[in-house]
Design a protein. Structure first.
Length: 236
């Protein structure tokens, strides 16, 4: 089961360093063996051949368009998708542009733009943990099995809340919010096999030896999709 890890791999990004531990934990604890391929944002061709797409942290990416394209392919091709931190931000950017028709930018990538979908947080969450309130009945609430969860962040940009209703009108569901101020922390797309993005980084949970429920759910969706793909025809 091949998954695309979209991001510009770097030993200085904690999330990237954690990935081998997370993959091993999925094999040992969940019995799901994923075959991860690192895909730089500068070359995202062929993503539709993967069983899952995960856009990892590490923004600003070398190529914003590549990260946005990865989210578009996953959404349109019904490929299980997970976006964390920068992946969450660029999933929102893709949805805003291609589904809602908005001409918006990411302030980190285009500081001179006129309209920003992603803006600097009033208080950076980099290196912090905070409580996330999960929407009852949402995918992420079902995954976690609890109404709130404490999560880790390495993030300084979030959704410009003035666009929230327009994204909701397009079909996106905001299923996680900060316990203190209600700011968006997770989003998902109903009707898709698995399309979930979080501002927090589930790959940083604990010591990496026990997969976070969100990552386990993503891996399960990847496995389910792979099993549904017809086997190649046997030559006569």
């Amino acid at each position: 089961m091949r998954i695309a890890l979209v991001g510009d791999r770097s030993p200085s990004v904690r999330s990237h360093v954690r990935i081998p531990l997370v993959m091993e934990a999925l094999r040992e604890r969940d019995g799901i063996a994923l075959d991860p391929y690192w895909i730089p944002t500068t070359d995202v061709t062929g993503l539709d051949a993967f069983d899952g797409i995960w856009i990892l942290p590490g923004s600003p990416y070398r190529d914003e368009a590549g990260a946005v394209e990865a989210a578009r392919v996953a959404r349109e091709q019904q490929i299980p998708f997970l976006g964390t931190c920068g992946g969450f931000q660029h999933m929102l950017l893709e949805f805003a542009r291609h589904v809602c028709g908005l001409d918006v930018a990411h302030a980190e990538n285009e500081p001179g733009a006129r309209e920003f979908l992603l803006t600097p947080l009033a208080c950076s969450l980099a290196g912090h943990e905070s409580l996330v309130r999960l929407a009852p009945g949402s995918l992420i609430e079902q995954i976690m099995g609890v109404p709130t969860t404490m999560e880790a962040y390495v993030c300084s940009y979030g959704l410009n809340e003035s666009y929230k209703q327009r994204l909701e009108a397009g079909g996106l569901v905001f299923s996680g919010h900060a316990e203190d101020d209600g700011a968006v922390r997770a989003a998902e797309l109903p009707g898709h096999p698995f399309f979930l993005a979080t501002m927090f980084q589930p790959e940083l949970a604990g010591d990496g030896r026990r997969p976070h429920p969100v990552i386990s759910a993503f891996a399960t969706a990847v496995s389910r999709r792979r099993q549904a793909v017809p086997a190649p025809a046997t030559p006569a």
